[in-house]
Ligand binder design. Structure first.
Ligand code: PLP
Ligand code: SF4
Length: 339
């Protein structure tokens, strides 16, 4: 018998996560059948789904409760009819204003940190996300884009941290990521790499030998900021993926969004923080919703958010409290509302 070479094994694994990504649920009716939910459940008309259709990896759907249309994971991805409602204060400019992309897909808004939009693609489509109105092309991660981003970072010695964001940067192939990370390694003023990704949560297969090798190879101190909103998202496979990332030397943090019916109660927030810590992840930000069109049904008011944080602070050690934060245009940092 011939033992496959490590390269062959890595190629096979790469196919495994890419296959899982392609195999995600994309038809609402098929997802409802799988979840044993009444097919009469109202959903956004196909015409309105447009550039942001349903997308749910099967492994993520398996963590939802069967027959429960109020499941907190289901609510995050279901294209509910309420998205079509036009609600005052929820528009498109809240986002455009925030993301002033420069050449190379760079957003340099805060001192010493620069954010690079690696790709517009994601492993899951979260209905509350600003991304729905920001269909940056997947071509964003082409060679020239990387080159341009690296040139800009190279030219600014004040940048000590580079944040890969998106979309989801781990939707990119390892070959593409390697090209960029190798380039960063050569820039002496860059000390830290940060990766903002939901992929290890919704598609833990993504954390494979090849990605781990890539992370180990980099000289940069690395923080991976995950995105989970509910404890049920963190099953045993996700816990194993987190353990591997930590073994590769990455510090793990989590950001969530405060979402009505999903996690807007103290018990859910407490369980999330505790489950994250079980997985070796510290809570970082709890964001107030971006007021983007189609997401109004997810909003939790600021007063209620503050009250939840007050109650949460009596139940958890300080290191498991996320910072309640909001993104406000024009400020030199994210606005921390409660901690
Ligand atoms: C959120 C964000 C960052 C990172 O902010 P931290 O407070 O360091 O997490 C950097 N750049 C942009 C444009 C951001 O939106
Ligand atoms: S950017 Fe993050 S929150 Fe938005 S759709 Fe993609 S995975 Fe979901």
């Amino acid at each position: 018998m011939i033992t496959p070479s490590p390269q062959t094994q890595q190629a096979r694994q790469a196919r495994a996560w890419q296959h899982a990504l392609r195999d995600a649920f994309k038809q609402p009716a098929e997802l409802l059948r799988f979840l044993e939910i009444d097919p009469a459940l109202p959903q956004l008309e196909a015409a309105l789904l447009g550039a942001f259709p349903l997308r749910v990896p099967r492994g993520f759907a398996e963590r939802m409760r069967k027959g429960d249309a109020a499941d907190p994971l289901f609510l995050q991805i279901w294209p509910a009819g309420a998205e079509a409602l036009s609600v005052e204060g929820f528009g498109l400019d809240a986002v455009g204003d925030r993301l002033k992309l420069k050449d190379g897909g760079i957003v340099h808004k805060y001192q010493h940190r620069v954010l690079v939009m690696a790709t517009g693609a994601c492993g899951v489509h979260c209905r509350y996300c600003f991304r729905r109105h920001f269909p940056y092309s997947e071509a964003l991660a082409g060679r020239d884009h990387w080159r341009e981003a690296l040139a800009q970072i190279a030219a600014d010695a004040s940048i000590s941290e580079v944040i890969l964001s998106g979309g989801d940067p781990l939707a990119l192939s390892d070959e593409k990521l390697a090209e960029f990370l190798d380039g960063l390694d050569g820039l002496v003023h860059v000390r830290r790499l940060r990766i903002h990704t939901r992929q290890p949560i919704v598609l833990p297969e993504r954390v494979d030998d090849s990605l781990i090798a890539l992370l180990r190879r980099s000289r940069l101190r690395t923080a991976i900021v995950l995105h989970a909103n509910h404890a049920n998202e963190l099953d045993a496979k996700v816990a194993a993926a987190c353990a591997r990332l930590r073994e590769a030397g990455a510090s793990l943090l989590n950001q969530s969004v405060l979402l009505r019916r999903v996690n807007d109660n103290v018990a859910a927030l407490q369980a999330l923080s505790e489950r994250l810590f079980d997985c070796g992840v510290l809570p970082y930000y709890l964001h107030l919703l971006d007021r983007v069109a189609g997401s109004a049904h997810f909003e939790v008011g600021e007063d209620r958010a503050r009250a939840l944080m007050r109650e949460l602070s009596t139940r958890l050690p300080g290191y498991l409290l996320p910072r309640l934060a909001r993104e406000t245009a024009g400020l030199p940092a994210k606005e921390i509302i409660a901690w």
